[in-house]
Design a protein around this ligand. Sequence first.
Ligand code: GDP
Length: 615
Amino acid sequence: MAKASKPEKTAPKAAEKTVKEAEQDNTPVIDLPRSISVRQLAEMMDIDAISIIKQLMRNGIMANINQVIDYETAASVVGSFGYKAHLTPIKDQLMANAAEESKRLKRKYGKDSADLVTRPPVVTVLGHVDHGKTKLLDAIRKTNVVDSEAGGITQHIGAYQVMIDKQKITFLDTPGHEAFTAMRAHGANITDVAILVVAADDGVMPQTREAINHARAAEVPIVVAINKVDKDNADPNRVKQQLAEAGLVVEEWGGNIVAVEVSAKEKKGIKELLESVLLVSEMEELKANPNLPAAGIVIEAEMDKSKGPLATVLIQSGTLKEEDMVVVGTTSGRIRAMFNDTGKRIKKAEPSMPVEILGLDAVPNVGDTLTTASDERHAQAILARRRAEQEKEALKKQAVNLDNLYDQINAGQVKELNVILKTDVQGSLEPIRTSLERLGGDEVQVRIIHSAAGNVTESDVMLAAASNGIIIGFNVSPTEGAKRLASTTGVDISFYKIIYNLIDDVEKALKGMLEPKLIEVIEGRADVRAVFSAGKGAKAAGVLITEGKAARNANVRVLRGKEIVVESTVGSLKRFKDDAKEVQTGYECGVGVKDFNDFKAGDVLEFYKIEKSRK
Ligand code: GDP
């Protein structure tokens, strides 16, 4: 990201004239600093950055949204938006910057902002299978380990740090958006920057798009690594084209996405990639205060036969020291020993550092938070509070679904309906997407956070859980894993075969007008073994219950082969001579069907009830 040319020392004459003119003709004056990014300029004028980029292009200047332009360049475009430029005197500007910066940091980090220092970015590698995520992580580790003596030593824990230009970067070693989103579903958004690996010989694939959407949903900036450029059939330009189609426009094409060509195999481009990660994370202004007691997140945990419970923790703020008393999730303990990513024993761990800790009473869960306590009693108090909070949260936190959407909007819990849309064919995506997005109003926006062709997978459910979203499937079905995960996480999945019904349901849900549909639930089946008289010309069937149960108040249908002979209700249900309320599988009983006498041996009775549901 090149800075625009150096600004001149004195305010240009043109600008002075502009102010005078402005005073005369009442044009609003805009105070500009000596240099400003396109984004900031857009914010100052409250217009879309794209309009500025277009205007700059008309003036023959190519700039992206993050590019810093000088005063003259900025002054040359503000006129088109109805402003006159004025150069803010340097002293005022410095004062304003310092005051603004201090206010902003206080807002973001609280009263301890004076002790803030820049912390290393935490990076996750995402991308389609076989595009080289593992190989890239390996290449990065081999070329840049922090502890050079340990260069040859295999890594011990699920994260490692590398050093580039005297700055550190932390890499999480579990590539793929599934793990990334699983952590988010636990409430732990620990990734600062995502590297999206795209193989230059294969291009943007379904999981690449999925990864992009997962990173976006988490609002994590993306750096693209165009990998395998060593291959004969590598075509980086095609990748850039496909990325643009997926909404990631690379810098050289006027966008703001940094893309670096690499070969994980030949370890080429690695340094440039890491430098780009640093550049992008610089804009994120990652800061933490190392002078506080440590706080962190568990990224791995296991029971070791000889050492006891082990946990790898990513320190997020403060410094963790040996002998510290910590609470991790709903367990606690005093740190007996700590090890860094190369297995070396260390006495303290600072922000963004992954460490393995020994000394916990039990194995915590991945995603649990670590908090430092002043002593054992304090730890017990934190534990008690956490358990109480957990119980309260469990009661309060109800996943959004189409049935409760209206109530949640009214309660202010939902401002945006996050939707994951899956369809059978690519062609159905766009029309459904557009129709859904149009449904949103002032109260609530419909936001499609991921859409793709294909069945509903575990990864979709995880994303919905992490984003408090719902899943809508059109002509698709869920995988077994997705069904299981949806029932444990409470994620709502609705399936449709008719677009009209899909749109209609969401619209009604937004307005609180969704009526539940009635569906049939089969309760049991029985084989008719004999037919006998039940008095007054009525007939009853002697049956064996083969599945589920027969209930006195159930609906029943009589099947003969594939043909439905009658739909009715159970008129009588008897075990021997006695009336029965229910008869379970494996038992024989007599069944009378209301207004029906024409049983034949070999018929099958199907017992069912009608329930309210939308699915
Ligand atoms: P992942 O599934 O994304 O983790 O992919 P892997 O890292 O396992 O790599 C998949 C395959 O691509 C392996 O056979 C790698 O050796 C190969 N591969 C990875 N990076 C490169 C590269 O830069 N160049 C070439 N030629 N092959 C690569």
